[in-house]
Design a protein around this ligand. Structure first.
Ligand code: AN0
Ligand code: CP
Length: 315
């Protein structure tokens, strides 16, 4: 695999899920595969899980790892071509990317949506420049529009916890004080639909996701109906996608917080969230601390997902 930015980069999703089982059962089976190979992880944004789990996956494969936080100690990067660089940015991304490529065999990039220009975000301006100019295989550690390593771990977790062959999955918007990207929600929807599972998406009016990501899902504005009979509740906040309100927070209505009353409408559903999660905004203490909450095993599976992806990029 030369790049990994979405589920469509996998040759086969069922094969990837089978590999995940193998990797989980024998995490050190391929520890010679990454010998003398260097992974560079480049972060334009903060991270706890992605940073640690991807690094752990690389170590399990015998790789060396270098981590660069662009906003801590690196030169500020200009990302637009044609700019007269007389401002506060001493380096252009068009030099920085190929230079980074010289120092490693594989590059992971985290570059969130800026939420200013929908066009820039949805053409994955930063991630695609890495793919084009790094000269090395590139994978996404959350781009502007998708978070494929997260969605892969989410699906691995659903496979482990499902009680029926074809579980019904709910993706629900939940309130958050800040404007967040749509990436996690887009990507989750894409992977669940690709897996062939029934997906219901519920959110307040105005929070519709980009149609390309949700085609095949049922959009249900009635919260009670949405929760009814589902096996997994996946909560996430996102800011507005549609129209001239792109990137805005319309409201933080806590009637959308996942609580015990809503969970009682489900088929004994498990609660999932990619983390970090704001308690009593996205989900109540009670639900996240209940036996239904599988957020920690979900986070643990990030290592498995990353290891499957790194493995296929090293082959
Ligand atoms: C980020 C987001 O919503 O995309 C990262 C989630 C993995 N979340 C926050 O910034 C809180
Ligand atoms: N879920 C996730 O990607 O977490 P981090 O932002 O901490 O990496």
């Amino acid at each position: 695999m030369q790049q990994f930015t979405s589920v469509y980069d996998l040759r086969s999703l069922p094969a990837a899920l089978a590999q995940a089982k193998e990797v989980k059962a024998r995490p050190f089976a391929d520890r010679r595969l990454g010998e003398n190979k260097t992974l560079l992880m480049v972060f334009f944004n903060a991270s706890l899980r992605t940073r640690l789990s991807t690094q752990k996956a690389a170590l399990n494969l015998g790789m060396n790892v270098i981590v660069l936080d662009i906003n801590q100690g690196a030169w500020k990067l200009e990302t637009e071509r044609g700019v007269v660089m007389d401002g506060d940015k001493p380096e252009h991304i068009l030099e920085a990317i190929p230079v980074m490529g010289c120092y490693c065999d594989l590059i992971g990039v985290r570059a969130f949506a800026g939420l200013h220009s929908r066009d820039d975000d949805y053409r994955e301006a930063i991630l695609n420049q890495f793919i084009r100019y790094a000269g090395k295989p590139v994978f996404s550690m959350e781009g502007a529009t998708r978070h494929p390593l997260q969605s892969f771990a989410d699906l691995i977790t659903i496979e482990e916890y499902k009680r029926t062959p074809a579980p019904k999955v709910l993706l629900t918007w939940a309130p958050h004080p800040n404007a967040l990207p749509q990436a996690v929600a887009n990507s989750f929807s894409e992977w669940i639909l690709k897996a062939g599972y029934e997906l219901v998406i519920t959110h307040p009016e105005g929070y519709e996701l980009a149609p390309a990501f949700v085609e095949g899902a049922t959009i249900e504005y009635d919260v009670e109906k949405a929760y009814s009979g589902v096996d997994f509740v996946y909560a996430k906040n996102w800011s507005v996608y549609a129209g001239d309100q792109y990137g805005k927070v319309l409201h933080t209505d806590r009637r959308w917080t996942v609580d015990r009353r809503k969970m009682a409408l489900t088929r004994d559903a498990f609660f999932m969230h990619c983390l970090p999660v704001r308690r009593n905004m996205i989900v109540t203490d009670e639900v996240i601390e209940s036996p239904a909450s599988i957020v920690i095993p979900e986070a643990a599976n990030r290592v498995v997902a990353a290891q499957v992806v790194l493995k296929s990029m090293l082959w």
